[in-house]
Ligand binder design. Structure first.
Ligand code: AWU
Length: 449
């Protein structure tokens, strides 16, 4: 059995991806694997420092993002979705796809035991096949979201039928159990276009995912059966893949629920002026203390312009707005945080539930409506009421925050969130899943072929 196997990690350039890939890389290095984490110089600089005790095993491999000819499709220095408007992500994919060349050379030189890829770099398939390196996919999405989109025929090597926007508004026909997963009408068209639409990169996200999944020996999910066993079983039943259930590295258990609410909307959501203002008025109306991680949006001339006039002054002493990239994981682990208002990004959900926080969700893009539906179905979150056109009101924001954080009828929600911490923050459980994952790697790596 190979010892000190070498794993090459290839995450996508959206921060909900490199962070879990980095956490997994750290765990593998601690387990004695050599890990090469491939990204761009700007992104590797934004990751936490590699601890000294694994610095010889975990290497960040920064490949400069190739320039996109002189059309300046991407402003210089933009290396992640957080740096650009949503409509420019297609150009980031073009630049990212050009990394296939340095990555192929690296794999040729290093001869690793594994390539573990994300859902976007479909070109790793050709590299893995040509250089005979086992390929697998690490899904930073939940098993439920993956089951919703990965059509069974794709899993068995057939063509993925492109679903219609209408079909996204109900649970897929291949779900053999009742499921709340579905998109509200006001998001279905946008999500459909984002996943199935062909963009400037020349290949749609669903085709990228299908190519990688079909060529992968295994699929690893950042989750656990205690939360979504029915979806993990469905995925396994519909595919010949083995799948490893595991959860991200947990933090310390959260002991006390106090009333400070943290707000964050991930790295991909670009909130409009109306949305930011309505959220601000809602937080103000709730009367709750808060900490808001707010990235300055493109439409604001300055940080202060982002918020309603006088908001900072009126909430002085009760709330803090942290502009720019905030240390979210650390904030959530702080004993004064009692709950979170999030966009329902899977990474933030895992980070929140491991501390037993009560959750208020405002899903906006990609898989968020699905992860929100499942959280509400399991009694772990309250979702902000939305109108037909997707808009929401400050009153609904305030009502949901008070229900989740302080009101009597929210006690059941809060106690369920505390119970969820027994799973999402359970190190023993995570170690069990991780050790199963390591055993699989060692028994199926290149040197065992
Ligand atoms: C998986 C998928 O990738 C995307 O992730 P996105 O970045 O939006 O959100 P998270 O998954 O919460 O990931 C966000 C990650 O960025 C970290 N963070 C964010 C903001 C900040 O100021 N500081 C931080 O440290 C946060 O701690 C988390 O680890 C898609 O939306 C999708 O919905 C999600 O399921």
């Amino acid at each position: 059995m190979a010892t000190n196997q070498h794993v090459v990690m290839v995450p996508w350039l959206a921060f909900g991806h490199p962070i879990p890939f980095f956490q997994l890389s750290l765990q593998l290095a601690r387990a004695g694997f050599k890990v090469s984490f491939v990204s761009t110089p700007g992104n590797t600089k934004r990751l936490p420092k590699v601890p000294a005790n694994v610095a010889t095993l975990l290497e960040l491999v920064p490949f400069p993002l190739p320039g996109l000819d002189n059309e300046q499709l991407l402003p210089p220095g933009c290396e992640a979705t957080v740096d650009i408007p949503s409509e420019d992500v297609q150009y980031l994919k073009i630049a990212y796809d050009l990394l296939r060349h340095p990555v192929k050379q690296f794999v040729m030189d290093q001869k690793p035991d594994w390539i573990w890829a994300d859902v976007i770099p479909y070109w790793v398939v050709e590299i893995a096949e040509e250089l005979h390196v086992p390929l697998a996919i690490f899904s930073v999405f939940s098993a439920a979201s993956s089951c919703f989109f990965v059509i069974p025929t794709v899993l068995t090597g057939g063509d993925g039928r492109k679903k219609s926007p209408e079909s996204l508004t109900s649970a897929p026909e291949w779900f053999d159990f009742p499921s709340p997963l579905a998109y509200p009408r006001f998001l279905a068209t946008g999500v459909h276009e984002g996943f199935y639409g062909v963009n400037a990169s020349g290949i749609s996200d669903d085709e990228r995912l299908a190519k990688i999944i079909q060529a992968s020996k295994a699929v690893a999910f950042r989750t656990c059966p205690e939360y979504e066993a029915e979806y993990l079983n469905l995925f396994e039943k519909k595919s010949s893949k083995e799948e490893q259930a595991m959860i991200s590295s947990g933090g310390s258990m959260f002991k006390r629920l106090t009333r400070l609410c943290s707000l964050g909307f991930g790295s991909e959501c670009k909130l409009s002026k109306e949305q930011v203002q309505e959220i601000a008025y809602g937080v103000e109306l709730s009367g709750l203390p808060f900490l808001w991680a707010l990235r300055e949006p493109d439409w604001a001339a300055s940080e202060v312009d982002t918020l309603p006039c006088g908001f900072i002054e009126r909430t002085q002493g009760r709330g803090v707005v942290c502009f720019g990239w905030a240390p979210q994981s650390e904030i959530l682990g702080h004993p004064s945080i009692g709950g979170s208002l999030f966009h329902s990004g899977w990474g933030s959900i895992i980070e929140t539930l491991q501390f037993g926080h009560s959750l208020v969700v405002l899903p906006l893009v990609i898989d968020q409506p699905l992860t929100a539906r499942l959280l509400v179905h399991k009694g772990l979150a309250v979702e902000i009421e939305r109108s037909e056109d997707g808009s929401f009101s400050r009153d609904d924001i305030a009502k949901a925050l008070r229900l989740a954080m302080v009101s009597e009828q929210g006690e059941k929600l809060r106690s369920r969130a505390r119970e969820a911490a027994q799973v999402f923050g359970n190190r023993d459980l995570q170690d069990t899943y991780f050790n199963t994952f390591v055993k699989y790697l060692k028994e199926n790596g290149a040197s065992n072929q």
